[in-house]
Design a binder for this molecule. Structure first.
Ligand code: SF4
Ligand code: SF4
Length: 622
């Protein structure tokens, strides 16, 4: 592949390329869909071009933001990447950063997820930009997202202000031709200039800093370069226009062209969503009878245009929630233009619900938890393991790390009513534990909560593409780092009951859970921690290294469906004609865990059929 010239890049790769070419010296991130590929692209393009960039998967977005901010305070270009809910975690450092300003260019990339496809909210980071008083660029294509990296650095450095770049899922994951060039040579020696009035900024300085920030925003809103791009209609309907940003602009432009003469109205493409170019606000108010605003996911542009003739999400003329897909936009455009509605489309059939992979260690742990404590309360968290809800082993999922504090909250709720408290089993993944679980654990131990915490340790951040955790001892660029031990952290948090178990070993987990329950109910009991370990089965090396059993279901099967409904391994299917379950050997990875599930012992391995004890044979040789 050519190193320079046109290349087809995914939006996230285009952003990563932009960061490398524009001389960014530090990029920190925490993985989260749809942003996850940004940092890995920076690593790969830096390697390809020879650029020297510190890259890191930080333990969470707050830490990533703070690290990048300090690099910027030292005068160097810096960026931090996250998904939109990550910005909630980074809110504290980021909101203060706008007051204090930056010296080296600073970009916070917040990838929004209208829909949402893989997030707990569909919040609009442009609204957050308004709240934090940071300019926000809203790309409408992968190519534009690359270009906006350069603009964001320039804007950030000109006004000494952090800038948000806000791509959305469709931009992050779309592919387009993008021009790639060599990195711009920069001389960015670290040069931190002490200025306590700015960098320490006690309350006495803040009114002044706030005034300065407001002045900066006023000046940015007068920058002609951010006058929305105008696409003139044919003049037949002069009182109407559409104002759009992000991917909604790309859809609107195509759809208006497709509507023929009726669609030939004025169209404006907003690139800087906040602060909106001030003269543009006056122009829209003066020149148009009716304006339709198309933007995701909330009403940032509409709010700034604020006028009774403005139509959009706020006015209810565009759905107030959900993604602006082409059909949603077309419906809004047709209503706005007084055109007949689109013919109704048959809704798509519901697909198969997502499930944990065949052979996933989390399934075994969840099965053991629910079988041991059928009346337990099960707070859980964000990751692949949220799918434990399919088989009744996950009762809550709130935000990163919340499950541990929720476990404490449930304990205090039941303990306060004097009841014999139910067993509370909290589950959290290893990456989420590092991200935001540790403070909750320290607090729960200190406040005398009693529950069982099961850390589902598969050695990676599986859901977002297998980014390493601090326990793996591998950094974002593949170099070694000092391994951080989860058991060490647990002990340091004051936990006295700590056991590590093999996640596939259902009987052993059940025994351990019963011991843990006895411990939390003992007079000196507290939080008991069980670490259920098994490498993610998607990791081919780990999978090849584990024993694999040839499984089958015998004629003893009574068709009770327990293995399907309570265990839900995708490799076990039900044969309606035979009224019995069978194993799909194309999907089965031979973990052997299902042997613990069947109430009549009908699930066996070949070795058991021959009277042995189900002895393993090596993966890949079946
Ligand atoms: S294999 Fe066992 S658990 Fe599955 S349907 Fe048959 S009897 Fe029920
Ligand atoms: S051995 Fe059983 S639990 Fe494991 S993948 Fe095969 S069918 Fe699923």
């Amino acid at each position: 592949m050519e190193k320079s010239g046109q290349r087809i890049l995914m939006g996230n790769e285009a952003i990563g390329r932009g960061l490398v070419e524009e001389g960014c010296t530090l990029v920190a991130a925490y993985p989260g869909t749809p942003s996850s590929e940004i940092l890995s692209s920076v690593v790969s393009f830096a390697g390809e071009t020879g650029a020297t960039i510190h890259t890191e998967w930080s333990v969470n977005e707050k830490v990533a933001c703070e690290t990048a901010l300090a690099n910027s305070m030292a005068g160097r270009r810096s960026a931090v990447a996250m998904k939109q809910v990550g910005l909630n975690v980074a809110a504290d450092p980021f909101t203060r950063a706008t007051y204090l300003g930056v010296t080296g260019g600073f970009i916070l990339i917040a990838a929004d997820d209208p829909g949402p496809h893989s997030s707990q909210t569909e919040q609009d980071s442009r609204l957050f930009a308004h709240f934090a008083k940071a300019p926000v660029l809203d790309p409408s294509s992968p190519r534009e997202s690359r270009e906006m990296v350069g603009e964001a650095f320039a804007l950030s450095e000109k006004y000494e202000i952090p800038v948000i770049l806000r791509p959305t899922t469709r931009i992050c994951h779309a592919r387009q031709n993008v021009h790639c060039g060599p990195p711009v040579p920069t001389e960015q020696k670290a040069d931190f200039r002490k200025d306590p009035g700015r960098w320490v900024a006690t309350p006495q300085f803040l009114t002044g800093l706030h005034r300065r920030l407001n002045d900066k925003l006023d000046r940015i809103s007068e920058e002609p370069v951010y006058d929305p791009i105008f696409y003139a209609g044919d003049g037949s309907r002069p009182g109407l226009c559409v104002v759009a940003s992000g991917v909604a602009f790309a859809h609107a432009r195509e759809l208006l062209q497709g509507l023929g003469p009726a669609g030939q109205i004025d169209l404006y493409h907003v690139r800087l969503a906040y602060p909106l170019y001030r003269p543009f606000i006056g122009k829209i108010r003066e020149n148009y009878e009716k304006t339709l605003v198309l933007e995701e996911t909330d009403s940032v542009i509409e709010m700034q245009l604020a006028d009774s003739r403005i139509r959009g999400r706020r006015s209810g003329d565009v759905p107030r929630q959900g993604e602006l897909t082409p059909d949603v936009i077309e419906e809004a455009l047709r209503t706005f233009l007084d055109l007949p509605a689109m013919p109704a489309v048959k809704p798509l059939k519901k697909g198969v619900r997502p499930s944990l992979c065949a052979g996933c260690g989390h399934r075994a742990a969840f099965y053991a938890i629910r079988e041991t404590f059928p009346n337990g309360i099960f707070p859980s968290d964000i990751g692949c393991y949220t799918l434990g809800m399919n088989f009744g082993a996950v009762d809550t999922c709130h935000c990163m790390g919340a499950c541990i504090s929720q476990g404490a909250g449930f304990y205090h709720a039941y303990a306060a009513s004097g009841a014999n408290f139910p067993t509370i089993v909290v589950t959290i993944g290893d990456s989420t534990f590092f991200h935001a679980g540790i403070p909750g654990l320290i607090n729960a131990v200190f406040q005398g909560a009693r529950f069982i915490l099961v850390i589902l340790d598969n050695g990676t951040t599986a859901m977002t593409g297998h980014q390493p955790t601090p326990q793996a001892g591998i950094r974002a660029d593949g170099k070694s780092g000092r391994k951080i031990s989860i058991p060490g952290i647990v002990r340091a948090a004051g936990v006295e009951f700590l056991r590590e178990v093999e996640a596939y070993d259902v009987p052993e987990i059940q025994r351990t859970l019963r011991d843990a329950d006895a411990n939390i109910r003992a007079p000196e009991g507290g939080v008991a921690v069980v670490i259920a370990k098994h490498p993610c089965i998607v990791d081919r090396k780990a999978r090849a290294a584990q024993p694999a059993y040839r499984m089958r279901i015998t004629e003893e099967c009574i068709g009770c469906r327990a293995c399907i409904e309570e265990f839900e391994c995708p490799a076990i299917v039900f044969d309606e004609d035979q009224n019995r379950a069978r194993i799909d050997l194309n999907r089965c990875i031979g973990c052997g865990v299902c042997r613990h599930v069947c109430p009549v012992g009908a699930i066996v391995s070949d070795e058991e059929m021959r009277g042995s004890n189900g002895g393993p044979f090596q993966g890949g040789k079946r």
